[in-house]
Design a protein around this ligand. Structure first.
Ligand code: NAD
Length: 268
């Protein structure tokens, strides 16, 4: 029996099928790795086929589960249909997509808002709509929405993210407590703080260039403000995701779990 490689613990989900969106890199990839480590078959998606196939090869090399790929934009109807069609059944749904750009809300028109809401609120809701009733009928299901620490502690320049992701969070708070809760289906949010991924590196690099600072100094300063004194890793993120998807977490639903090395300063 396969063990969760990151946890050394039998998660009890071997042989299940997971759809992990936006998973060629970063946090989505971390989730896919941990799920495959637990013997879960996965369909992984990303826009670019090359990075996606490279990740799939890494996952297949673990020799623990089936790995299928679907290249496409998950924020489009065609991208979602292709992803769903590749998955024999979706027992576990990990919702993820690129985050909206930073900026000043005074410059955002309706089109910009609709794009952000489409990607970070309506896309996960559409995928949930397509999968959750079948999960309930089978008596087991896990939905994990990758959102952001900005849902709990907003960042002013990330207004599009704050808005769209909070909309998703509000919607799933009701869904998680609906009749699916009594049928073995849980719905939770995973809120990343600062994780060492391509996205974080790009943001840090842009900030360093704009402020004329050395990138290593920018990284050092950011890490110093995190009680853990470092960025999180995709493997740590994936391990928590896999645990939420495990049989052990069946009583955990409607929650928003912050993974931020202690950066959020509140008691709760
Ligand atoms: P990343 O850039 O490292 O990886 C993103 C992955 O998503 C890639 O595989 C990319 O191909 C895929 N992708 C992006 N848009 C897609 C789309 N429309 N359709 C299909 N695939 C798509 O990013 P990450 O750091 O892993 O971030 C993942 C999510 O978490 C983002 O929404 C990001 O805003 C959010 N987040 C990240 C951090 C962090 O510190 N890394 C913090 C807060 C929130």
């Amino acid at each position: 029996m396969a063990l969760g490689t990151n946890l050394g613990m039998n998660l009890g989900i071997e042989g299940k099928w997971a759809l992990v969106c936006a998973a060629s890199k970063g946090l989505g990839k971390g989730c896919a790795q941990a799920l495959v480590g637990a013997g879960v078959n996965v369909v992984i998606t990303a826009r670019g086929a090359e990075a996606l196939e490279a990740t799939a090869a890494e996952l297949r090399a673990l020799g623990l589960a089936e790995v299928r790929t679907v290249a496409g934009d998950i924020t489009t109807a065609a991208g979602r249909a292709a992803a769903l069609a590749a998955c024999p059944q979706v027992d576990i749904l990990v919702n993820n997509a690129g985050g909206p750009p930073p900026g000043d809300f005074r410059t955002w028109d309706r089109e910009v808002w609709v794009k952000a809401i489409d990607a970070n609120m309506l896309t996960p809701i559409e995928l949930i709509k397509s999968t959750v009733d079948a999960m309930a009928a089978r008596g087991y299901g896990r939905v994990v929405n990758i959102t952001s620490a900005a849902v709990k502690a907003p960042i002013d320049v990330l207004g599009l993210s704050n808005g769209a992701r909070s909309g998703l969070t509000g919607f799933v708070a009701g869904l998680a407590r609906s009749n699916i809760a009594g049928k073995g289906v849980t719905v939770n949010g995973l809120l990343p703080g600062a994780f060492d991924t391509d996205r974080l590196r790009t943001t840090v690099q842009a900030f360093a260039e704009k402020s004329g600072q050395d990138i290593e100094k920018v990284i050092h300063d950011r890490q110093r403000n995190i009680p853990a004194q470092r960025f999180g890793t995709a493997a740590e993120f994936g391990a928590v995701c896999a645990f939420i998807c495990s049989v052990h977490a069946g009583y955990l639903t409607g929650q928003n779990i912050l993974l931020d090395g202690g950066a959020y300063p509140g008691t709760f």
